[in-house]
Structures are given as C-alpha cells and as structure tokens.
Design a protein around this ligand. Structure first.
Ligand SMILES: Nc1ncnc2c1ncn2[C@@H]1O[C@H](COP(=O)(O)OP(=O)(O)O)[C@@H](O)[C@H]1O
Ligand SMILES: [Mg+2]
Length: 341
C-alpha cells in the first residue's frame, strides 16, 4: 500500500504538532513538506527539519524529502556594519569575474547543482542584468516568476526549481530582446527584492551569479548582505587576470573574504584525443595565477565542448557527464567550498 498524506502527517505529528502546514506526495516518490515555525534558534530548527526528513524517508517508497519553512527563522543579530542577513539562508556566496564570457555563469550553475547533489539546500540568484542566462543553463528557460503570500500576508517572489536548486533571475524581469536601460537605483531595488522578499526558505547556500566588473550590482550585494565569501572566475589570459585582480581588490577592500579563484578554460581537451591537453590561453597554469593574485586556487576547469553543450541544452555537465574532467573539477571545487565556509 503506498504511503498517504495522512500516514506522513501521523508520523510527523509527535515532532511537529500543528506546525506541519502541508504535505505533498509527488509522482517520483518525493515528499514536499511545508512547516510554519515560530522564531527559534537556527540549530534547533535545523534539527527539527532533519528529524522530519529522517522520519519520512524511513517510510516505504519515499525517494527524497524536501522541506520548506514558511515563517522566517529567528533573526540573527545584525552585524554592526548594517548588513542584513537573509532569514533562513546560511551562506551567501558571490561568483564574480572581471569581465564577461569567462564562464562565471557556467561555474555558478554547476557549483549550485553539485552542492545540491551533495545534499545541501541550494539557491541561485542570477543578478547578471546584462546576460541573465542561468535559466537557460538550468533548463528553466520557460520559468516565470511566481508571486505568493508570506505568513504576514505580504507578496513575495517564489523561486523556480530544477535539479534540486531554487532559482531567481533578472531574466524574469526584463524583456530579453530589449537592451537594458535600468539605472542603478532600480537595479539595486530588484536585487534587494530578490534577496529579501523571496521564498528562499531554508538554504545552506545562496549562490549569486554577479554581472561582470565592479559596478552597482556588486556594491548593492556587498553592502546589503553579509557574504560568506566571493569566488572569482578568470581565464589564464593576461587581460582577464588583470580584470580579476580588480574584482578581487573590491571584495577585499569591503571586508568580504575571497574564497579563491577558479581558473576556467585552463586547457583544451580535444574530444577525439582526450589524453592530450593544449594550453590555449597561455601556459603556466592555475597555480601561477593564484600566486600572482595572492589567493587560493580552488580549481582549474578545462575547455570542453560538452561543458558548453550542457549549458546550451540546460543540463549542467556535473549531471550530464559526471565523469568528464570539467565535472570532476567542478565537484571538487564545490566540496572545497562547503568545507571552507
Ligand atoms: N570550460 C569551458 N569549456 C567550454 N565552454 C565553456 C567553458 N566555460 C564556459 N564556456 C562557454 O562559454 C560561454 C560563456 O560562458 P558563461 O558561463 O556564460 O560566461 P560569463 O557568465 O562569464 O559571461 C558559454 O557559451 C559557455 O557554455
Ligand atoms: Mg553570465
């Protein structure tokens, strides 16, 4: 006999009481729970969520359990610099680059999916107003932003969801065929709305795919929210390195820890001769780059056709070709990050 909603409710009642708001059973054996929790210490909340997951997973034919928490968790003490944490969100990580086209979104998306695959609760905020392509890369091209009410009756934005990752994108708000003419204050407003008036629920990681450079969006993010750190994506080319150095300085000057750099397009692996490597953008490799910038090298990702194809097809390479050199590099970077923050 398949498990029913009332079975699950009965099992959870000793744990949750009337704080269990909704139970949904999806086709593939996934159970989605919604809890309404009063403010409580984060550790206590996490323990309750974990106990609910374990209890439901023990029931027959349940493949996974998703938990959404509706009420904000206890507000953590605001840091003295006025930065405001997002209730329920543990680590906000910015993925940044000096210039566009170096693979920032590719890295951000694959890291998000890899972290989710490792069991973390993950969100991604695509804050790149100039090239918001995270929805495409996550196979959510047709997703639209939903508006729901929070438990105080206020309108909040509901993230889209795929591959275990919640996602909001500037692409939801702009006409992709029109050049972007937003002024700084509008852009800042949108980023803040996506940070604070969104149903992110409980997240271990919120990855923010930043626009290239050191403009308004970077400043808004850095000044609004306490960041666990920034990851700088660069290629081994000299110009790109120079730009990366500028980005790095901005984060360092504003007191944001730089978790390290990711060298993308480090070398080329020809699909027909995978044992060969060509240093297209110059040799010397990642360690030289990291030494020059004085930061940790989180990893080097090769130039691989499958990586681009995965982005275009909306299936990130960590899922489509987990054995590939780039997928392995990306998974290792994800692991380093979850151990560092
Ligand atoms: N290591 C790589 N191998 C092959 N293609 C890549 C790699 N990194 C990025 N790309 C491709 O390069 C293009 C630019 O990457 P993207 O992640 O959109 O850069 P950015 O966000 O920095 O502008 C995309 O088409 C992407 O698929
Ligand atoms: Mg991008």
């Amino acid at each position: 006999m398949p498990v029913t909603v009332s079975d699950i409710t009965a099992q959870l009642h000793p744990l949750t009481g009337d704080r269990l708001q909704q139970v949904q059973i999806k086709d593939n054996g996934i159970v989605a729970l919604t809890l309404t929790l009063p403010p409580m210490p984060a550790a206590e909340r996490d323990r309750l969520i974990e106990q609910c997951k374990v209890t439901v997973k023990a029931l027959p034919e349940i493949t996974d359990v998703w938990v959404r928490v509706n009420a904000p968790a206890a507000p953590e003490p605001a840091p003295s610099d006025g930065r405001q944490p997002i209730p329920g969100v543990r680590h906000v990580i910015a993925v940044s680059s000096g210039k566009g086209g170096v693979g920032k979104s590719t890295v951000a998306v694959n890291l998000a999916v890899a972290l989710a695959d490792q069991g973390a609760q993950v969100g991604i905020l695509d804050a790149d107003i100039y090239g918001p392509n995270v929805p495409t890369m996550l196979g959510m091209d047709l997703a639209k932003v939903g508006i729901i009410k929070n438990n105080r009756g206020e309108d909040i934005v509901e993230p889209a969801f795929n591959y275990g990752v919640k996602m909001l994108s500037m692409a939801f708000l702009i006409d992709r065929d029109q050049p972007v003419t937003w002024r700084g204050p509008m852009l800042n407003g949108m980023i803040r709305q996506f940070l604070y008036q969104a149903a992110w629920g409980v997240l271990d990681f919120l990855i923010v795919d930043m626009p290239p450079g050191t403009g308004d969006a970077q400043l808004t993010l850095v000044q609004s929210v306490p960041l666990a750190g920034a990851i700088i994506v660069t290629t081994p080319q000299n110009v790109s390195l120079l730009d990366a150095r500028k980005g790095l300085k901005m984060f360092q000057n504003m007191g944001v820890p730089v978790l390290g750099i990711v060298e993308n397009m480090s070398y080329f692996i020809p699909p027909d001769l995978p044992e060969r490597q060509y240093d297209i953008f110059g040799s010397g490799g990642g360690s030289k780059t990291a030494t020059e910038l004085g930061v940790v090298l989180l990893g080097c990702i090769p130039l691989e056709i499958q990586l681009r194809e995965g982005g275009d097809r909306g299936i990130p390479i960590v899922l489509s070709h987990p054995e590939s050199a780039s997928a392995q590099a990306l998974r290792q970077i994800a692991q380093k990050i979850s151990h560092t923050v």
